[in-house]
Design a protein. Structure first.
Length: 227
């Protein structure tokens, strides 16, 4: 496994673990996979493979036979159709080295959600709906490792979540006008000047970030089974 890919996967596993802790979901970490013992919040996997030792035969022993369940196959190596799963999407890991930093764009206002009201507004704008069970309760603001940012300029708006696991800075929930993505990434680089930025995204997100100097890494696949 490439070191850059391993760093991206590790950040993602730590991110899932942190969100599980916020929601008081019990988890288990094995040599080849991480999993939750209870349902995770919307959009989060129940199981994340950590290396290619997480074979389909092994997962058949781990995955419950009933109920909704979601698997992040970090190596796009599995075929879970026989277990009743549907491939939800393909994606790629990516990384941006700390240097060189992106140039800041003039005229962009960047704000951070630091209150319960601000966080609720951020999640509503990200999700594009009014009625939902929050993924990010106000208690998430007690964690210095997780931050929520919004960029605005001339009616354009975009947002991002960052997660610092001390080794890398993970970016998640990138949404809004792509013209503002560089401003968000550049802002994060000013806050964490020595941190490489990692994450994953679908083909569209990957193409947009590649134009900003991100290196596109290996593929992954997300599978889902619905009750």
């Amino acid at each position: 496994m490439e070191p850059a890919t391993l760093r991206a996967i590790t950040n993602n596993q730590n991110w899932c673990q942190r969100v599980a802790e916020i929601h008081q979901v019990e988890t288990k970490l094995e040599a080849s996979y991480w999993c939750s013992k209870d349902p995770m919040p919307t959009f989060f996997p129940n199981l994340v493979t950590l290396n290619t030792s997480a074979t389909q035969a092994l997962l058949e022993e781990v995955i419950p036979v009933q109920d909704s369940y979601f698997v992040k196959d970090c190596f796009a190596a599995l075929s879970l159709d026989s277990l009743g799963f549907t491939k939800l999407f393909d994606a790629n890991w990516y990384i941006k080295k700390a240097l060189p930093p992106l140039r800041q764009r003039d005229g962009v206002q960047i704000s951070e959600a630091t209150s319960a009201e601000g966080l609720a507004e951020w999640e509503t704008r990200w999700r594009g709906e009014e009625n939902y069970t929050p993924i990010y309760p106000s208690s998430v603001l007690d964690s210095e490792t997780i931050r929520f940012f919004t960029a605005e300029s001339n009616g354009q708006v975009a947002g991002i979540t960052s997660f610092n696991d001390t080794h890398t800075l993970g970016i998640y929930n990138l949404w809004g006008d792509p013209a503002l993505f560089s401003a968000l990434i550049g802002h994060l680089q000013t806050l964490y000047p020595n941190q490489d930025i990692v994450g994953y995204g679908d083909e569209q997100e990957v193409q947009r970030l590649e134009s900003l100097g991100f290196e596109i890494l290996t593929p992954l696949t997300v599978w889902g089974r619905f009750a």
